[in-house]
Design a protein around this ligand. Structure first.
Ligand code: UDP
Ligand code: MG
Length: 323
């Protein structure tokens, strides 16, 4: 059997500082795996420029001109990390046997790719990179990130603990994955839904080599919220349960108030009345917000807008997009 063709999928957003350092590392890894006979020489490093505002796309073009192992596609505008990875995966799925998605900032240990490819050669179709420790993260980042996974699982979104988007996927899995047409993308929650034989490979997560993180707390929270609401309807069930509870308590309250009034023991309970009104209206607003979140998601899904638009490629290609 011929060795498989591997495509590395690397999303890049404003990464001109880090790309000159990490791009040669990715190429060296591909060459090393090829020399070991594990992958084909047709393997490629595919950069996805996610609408960067700096010189990232120029850099990618220069790399592609310098070595045929480098390829690049450019999104028409910034669509976020998840869509950039998806664009790369979909672009690669008909050209290769396996893909590995990895960030371009050098945080994920590229040496874990050896074990990932080995696992594929042993018959696994999906290999999740899992962080072994988070020593280099600040306490805050570690705490929030770990709470994130726990919350997701508690809410019914099945995700692999401490796995981000560093993973190997076979072309077979990708072809099935292409049928998951949702616009609200949360890749690490969707991939387990595709199934197939999978395993995990532990790796150490380093600090960013250069540049800045694009995932501040606000973006992390919104990713967590998107993850939960796009994969699970548990929050709506909680609301229903909570609504029933509040309704029961209110019902008891009404009986109590009627009985008190009947006994002539009515008091001018302005404070208690105000607090009940405030509490209940607060609860209602929260519930409406959560339901609105789902309605909004349905709204976006019904439009079937393209999830990514590729404006340029480093190679000449006129094939039609299917996204
Ligand atoms: N990224 C992207 N589009 C965005 C934000 C980030 O393609 O809108 C890429 C970025 O270039 C990097 C990866 O996604 O390769 C992860 O981003 P980052 O390192 O900023 O996140 P962190 O590792 O801090 O969570
Ligand atoms: Mg990073």
């Amino acid at each position: 059997m011929n060795p498989p063709i591997l495509y590395l999928i690397i999303p890049c957003y404003n990464e001109q500082e880090v790309l000159p350092i990490t791009a040669p590392q990715f190429l060296a890894k591909i060459c090393q795996l090829r020399d070991a006979g594990k992958i084909s020489d047709d393997s490629r490093v595919l950069f996805v420029n996610d609408g960067s505002r700096d010189g990232t796309w120029d850099l990618i073009r220069q790399l592609a001109a310098r070595d045929p192992h480098y390829l690049g596609i450019c999104q028409s505008r910034n669509r976020g990390h998840q869509n950039a990875v998806l664009a790369g995966l979909m672009e690669a799925k008909d050209r290769c046997d396996i893909t590995i998605s990895i960030d371009c900032d050098g945080q994920d240990d590229i040496n874990a790719m050896d074990a990932m490819v080995d696992a594929y050669l042993d018959g696994c179709e999906v290999v999740y990179g899992v962080r072994s420790k988070r020593d280099t993260d600040t306490f805050f980042k570690r705490f929030t990130a770990e709470s994130f996974y726990k919350l997701l699982n508690a809410m019914g979104a099945e995700v692999v603990f401490n796995h981000a988007d560093y993973r190997l996927m076979s072309a077979r899995v990708l072809k099935e994955f292409a049928n998951f047409k949702e616009v609200n993308l949360f890749l690490r929650g969707l991939v387990p839904l595709v199934g197939f034989k999978s395993t995990t490979v532990a790796y150490e997560r380093h600090e960013r080599i250069a540049g800045e993180s694009h995932y501040p707390l606000s973006k992390m929270l919104s990713l967590a919220f998107d993850g939960i609401t796009s994969l699970s309807v548990k929050p709506i069930r909680f609301i229903t349960g909570f609504g029933v509870l509040v309704a029961l308590v209110s019902f008891v309250g009404v009986i109590w108030a009627v009985v008190e009034a009947g006994l002539g023991a009515t008091v001018s309970g302005w404070a208690s009345m105000t607090s009940i009104i405030c509490f209940v209206s607060g609860v209602q607003l929260i519930c409406l917000g959560v339901i609105g979140e789902y309605v909004g998601k349905i709204y976006l899904e019904t439009k079937h807008r393209p999830r990514y638009i590729i404006s340029e490629r480093t190679w000449d290609d006129t094939q039609k997009e299917d996204n």
